[in-house]
Ligand binder design. Structure first.
Ligand SMILES: [Zn+2]
Length: 234
């Protein structure tokens, strides 16, 4: 039996394993398990981090606005003795204008502060919701994890049998070719071995190179230059 026939036989057995893997990847058990895991280990911590950063930013902003507010309040207080200033011959129009400008500014800062306080309240609600969800998902994760382990247990015997068979078949194939096969398999290329039709890869349609054509006609393993599958002549 030539390399290609051996590879084809290996691939046929391997496709059984692939089917189980695909079934597992599409199972509700896996989806529940992996989604809750990714929420707990990735999405929730990322969200928490960005909320923390936002909270720090808002706190700093609030401090800044409060300080500004106090400064203006202090300046306005200076106007309390405007009567004395006027008596001393100061320009009352100037002070009036100044005072009304400051009052306007104060109003706008007050507005900014209350908007910010509202944002902070919203952020806190969001944080509480995230905390609640995390607790729920933590509980679910325990259940989903058990369910997925159970699911896997049911498949393991079947998978082990196929893997043993694959080990036997792999011994017949040259290590270099096997290594390349395993690499392709991990890249989710499947089928890995394809026939050549009219000197083209039957999977992607790429024409064989001159070297490829020579290899094929001498019965050697060659790869499609486009999709990198092993090619053989039927
Ligand atoms: Zn191809």
């Amino acid at each position: 039996m030539g390399q290609i026939e051996k590879l084809l036989k290996y691939q046929e057995e391997d496709s059984k394993l692939l089917n189980i893997e695909r079934e597992a990847a599409n199972s509700q058990e896996w989806k529940n398990y992996s989604q809750s895991k990714s929420f707990l280990t990735k999405r929730a911590p990322e969200k928490l981090e960005s909320m923390d950063a936002k909270a720090r930013e808002m706190t700093a902003m609030l401090e800044k606005l409060n300080k500004k507010y106090e400064e203006i309040m202090a300046t306005i207080k200076d106007f309390e003795n405007i009567d004395e200033l006027v008596e001393e011959g100061a320009d009352i129009q100037f002070y009036k204008k100044n005072a009304s400008q400051l009052t306007e500014k104060l109003k706008s800062i007050k507005g900014e502060i209350s908007a910010l306080v509202k944002s902070m309240k919203d952020a806190d609600e969001e944080y509480q919701a995230l905390k609640k969800k995390t607790i729920t998902v933590q509980k679910q994760y325990q259940e989903y994890s058990v369910a997925y382990q159970e699911y896997k247990k049911g498949k393991i015997a079947e998978m082990e049998k196929i893997k043993k068979e694959l080990e036997v078949l792999a011994k017949e194939i040259s290590p270099d070719v096997m290594k390349r096969y395993v690499a392709k398999r991990s890249e989710r290329i499947f089928p890995i071995i394809c026939s050549v039709k009219n000197e083209r890869c039957s999977k992607c349609g790429m024409e064989l190179s001159i070297v490829g054509k020579e290899k094929i006609s001498s019965g050697n393993v060659t790869e499609c230059e486009n999709c990198h599958r092993f090619l053989y002549k039927e």
